[in-house]
Design a protein. Sequence first.
Length: 105
Amino acid sequence: MYSSYASFIKRAEIRIFEQQQSLQAAPLKIIAVDDAGLAEWHPTAEILTGPARELKYLLRAYDSNGNFDETDARPLRLYHEPSPGKVAASDGPSARELLAGLWRE
């Protein structure tokens, strides 16, 4: 996170919403931004339903009195590829065969 007023920020968070959800509603997820200005999120299986999902996010920063300012919402597109073990029948090697082929002693 970059800010020109970092000395005023007590804490910050990323707020994730459904694409059509109001920004005043409770977000799907709130991710804390650390002191270095970084945040990390690993979506759960419930969030990754289907091969693609469109969400939105914003950054909210708080001062020491609890006042906040936030960015406009931005699109967040998630893409999920099925795991090799769940692939439909194919002519290629199975996931187990691929893993076995990578094993070295």
